[in-house]
Design a protein around this ligand. Sequence first.
Ligand code: B12
Length: 476
Amino acid sequence: MQVLLIIPPESHSIESSLPKGLEAGKGVYPKLGLLYVAAHLDLHGGVTPEIIDCPAERLDYAKLEARLRKRRPDVVGVTTLTFNLIDAWKVIRLVKRIHPSAKVCVGGQHVTLYPLETLELEGVDFVVHGEGERVFTRLIDVLRQGAAPEALAELPGLGYFHDGRPLVNSLQDRVDDLDELPQPARHLVDLSLYDHIAAEGNQLATMQTSRGCPAKCLFCDIRMTKFRRRSPENVLDELRYLVSRGIDDIFFVDDTITIDRRRLLEICELIKTSGLQIHFKVSARVDTVKPHVLAALKEAGCYRIHYGVESATPRLLKYLQKQTTPDKIRQAFRWTHEAGIGTFAYCMIGIPTETYTEMMSTVDFAIELDPEYAQFSICTPYPKTALYQSMLQSGDVTHDYWRAFAANPTEDFRVRFWNKLYSEDELRTFQSEAHRRFYSRFRYIARQARRVRTLSELRSKVKLGARILLRQLNRS
Ligand code: B12
């Protein structure tokens, strides 16, 4: 059985809460979803799939077609976020044109939100919603044995056709013990292809030590999902492997790695005693860090923490259900800087009832917090988030445009923002103003230059700063 797994090109990504000019050309982080699925299939299904990572390999559609023509896949797996759906569907139709008899299975965060709509797209034979490792391995096994409908009906999280009717099985198969999962199949990709403008080492990798997030943020679709963790020893095994492959810079993509502080302290201790030479960055909530945890993170090699600041205005923090306050945010940034760790502030503007003055007070707040980087996204009701659902219920959004897009992904689709006071164009202008105000301060530039520790760090800071500034100046 020949299995091909594809990460589609990103040439038709939807413009999101950040302008495309800021997103494009930043570089590519390794995406872990298909690497996890591949590792499980390799170990438990006895099939070693081939992985084609189009963004990393810089494959456009012509090059992808040439590559596909040299293969004879029985099954092709495609991963997609909502933002990459147009490209994913193009890949699916391309595969079917070249290999009509190959079975196409689609998975990823978008499919988890819209399994039925994805299954009904032309060219799709199967979808997997939720975590894909176990169900995809079982699907390959069922296909090898002739794809009996009763066997397909038993695969939790699978969508398939029976007598031409689309059916989606319910989802009961979450992996509770993450240590059961094999490490992502990094041996199937060329690690040297991954690089990112914000990376600060010689070779980067992404890694995940936990899944789920109990927080309630209104704008996030991972909201209130069960938190599951890998054991510190299991995490260390993967770190050892990464270092043996020349990785020295790790981006932990956990939603909030700091939720279980005891486990995090153990991981830091193991890194320290093992003598592994790595440095890494993590994402955290401001109310989950404490000075002793930050000290341990620093000793283990943490060079930056990404915090969701969102807003300086208490009423908006409350509306977003962040369960934080400006004072808690100040405290976390102060502690982090005192521990010698850099910070990245994720801020939001254009929250539904937010005024211009409030948006600019968030910029002032970001300046006061003094992070290495700040990003000002326009608040976007992403699909199936509580924010989007509340707008549908209140009638502010009269038509479920995300569902319509999922059912028919056309290239003219535009993300919508829902600030009641300003148009999209005005919000984009305020966004440019926010970035310009933050990044063009002489004091900021001078301080960043003083903080630089290595040549590669200097290179990354200069590239990133210049890019943000140029993009914003072009708009004004
Ligand atoms: C790290 C991260 C990033 C990083 C790095 C991305 C990378 N290359 O890894 C950065 C910062 C660059 C980023 C950028 C963006 N991100 Co992001 N990101 C994440 C985050 C926190 C982790 C992703 C991850 O590695 N997950 C771990 C892997 C193992 O999970 P997975 O990919 O879902 O895969 C599993 C299943 O989905 C399934 N599966 C996946 N593919 C397939 C394929 C097949 C065939 C099968 C069978 C199964 C299967 O099995 C996998 C294993 O269980 C997620 C939140 C989350 N918890 O997932 C958000 C998330 C994916 N991001 C999101 C968004 C919105 C964005 C941006 C658009 C933000 C923006 N700029 O406005 C950009 C888009 C970038 C792009 N073009 O792809 C949303 C996507 C929502 C949606 N409906 O699509 C998420 C879900 C966050 C959220 N809650 O809103 N992101």
